[in-house]
Design a protein around this ligand. Structure first.
Ligand SMILES: N[C@@H](CCC(=O)N[C@@H](CS)C(=O)NCC(=O)O)C(=O)O
Length: 242
C-alpha cells in the first residue's frame, strides 16, 4: 500500500499544496489505492512535500513520484499523446511549477491579509513564546524564495501581469477541450489542476484570483477536475459562485 504524505485539506481545498494535489490526482488517475497522512516537509527526504512510501521505499518530489508510478506500475499518464504533445505537456508543466506556482505563493504568503488568514495558522500549535517568531521566520524564508524565483523582483502589479500571461497560455491551450491535451486527462492535467485550484479557491482574496476568474474555461476546468477526482469534497463550483 502506498502512503502519500501531504499537508491535508484546508484553504477551501481538499489538499492545500499544489504539488501534493498533483501527486494525489495522479495516484487517482493511475487507479492506485493509497492512504494519506499529514507530515511536515522536514519529514521528507528532500525537505518538501509530497513524498510517498511504497512498500518501504521512500520517494520524494512529485515528478519522481510520477516516474516511480510509471516504472513500477506500468501506467503511462500520457498514453494517448504523440511525442510532440508529450513535449508540450512537459513544457506546460514546467511553466506551471516554475512560474505560475510562484504567483500563488506570493498571493498566499506575501499578501499580509492572506498570510494572516492562511499560512499563519500552520504555527498555531507551537508554544506561545515561539509562535510569532516561527511565523515571521517562515514568511521571511518564503519571501526569499519568491524573490529567487524571479517573480518576486517585480512590482506587485507586474508579477500578476506575468502570471496572467501563463494563465492566458493555459487558457488558449485548453480551448474548449475537456483536458489540456485533448479528450483524455494526462499527467500535466494533475499539475494544472493543483495550481489552478490553489489560485481560484474562494478562501483567499487576491488580484491573482480575480484575474484568473476572467478565464471562464479555466474555472470550468477546475470545477470539472474537482468533481472527477474529489467527488465527495464540498466545493462550490466556481461558475456558480461567480
Ligand atoms: N519540486 C517539488 C516541489 C514541492 C514543493 O515545493 N512543496 C512545498 C509545498 S507546495 C513544500 O513542501 N514547501 C516547504 C519547504 O520548501 O520548506 C515537487 O515537485 O514535489
Amino acid at each position: 500500500m502506498i502512503t502519500l504524505y501531504g499537508f491535508g485539506p484546508g484553504f477551501g481545498l481538499p489538499e492545500i499544496s499544489p504539488f501534493v494535489s498533483k501527486t494525489e490526482v495522479q495516484l487517482k488517475m493511475a487507479g492506485l489505492s493509497y492512504r494519506k497522512e499529514r507530515a511536515k516537509p522536514t519529514a521528507s527526504p528532500k525537505g518538501q512535500l509530497p513524498f510517498i512510501d511504497d512498500a518501504g521505499e521512500s520517494i520524494a518530489d512529485s515528478t519522481f513520484i510520477r516516474a516511480h508510478i510509471e516504472a513500477k506500475y506500468g501506467f503511462d499518464f500520457d498514453a494517448p499523446l504523440s511525442l510532440q504533445a508529450r513535449a508540450q505537456a512537459w513544457a506546460f508543466e514546467r511553466m506551471i511549477e516554475h512560474h505560475l506556482y510562484w504567483a500563488l505563493v506570493g498571493a498566499r504568503w506575501i499578501d499580509p491579509e492572506n498570510f494572516a488568514k492562511g499560512p499563519t495558522h500552520f504555527f498555531d500549535a507551537a508554544p506561545e513564546h515561539l509562535r510569532e517568531k516561527l511565523r515571521e521566520d517562515a514568511q521571511f524564508r518564503v519571501a526569499e524564495n519568491y524573490l529567487l524565483s524571479g517573480l518576486g523582483r517585480h512590482a506587485p502589479d507586474e508579477d500578476i501581469d506575468l502570471a496572467v500571461r501563463s494563465l492566458f497560455a493555459l487558457s488558449v491551450q485548453l480551448g474548449d477541450k475537456p483536458f489540456l491535451m485533448g479528450d483524455a486527462p494526462c499527467g500535466t492535467d494533475a499539475t494544472a489542476f493543483g495550481t489552478l485550484a490553489g489560485i481560484l479557491t474562494p478562501f483567499f482574496t487576491s488580484q491573482l484570483r480575480q484575474r484568473a476568474e476572467q478565464f471562464g474555461n479555466l474555472t470550468a476546468y477546475v470545477d470539472r477536475m474537482m468533481l472527477q477526482y474529489y467527488p465527495d469534497f464540498a466545493w462550490t463550483p466556481l461558475r456558480q459562485a461567480a
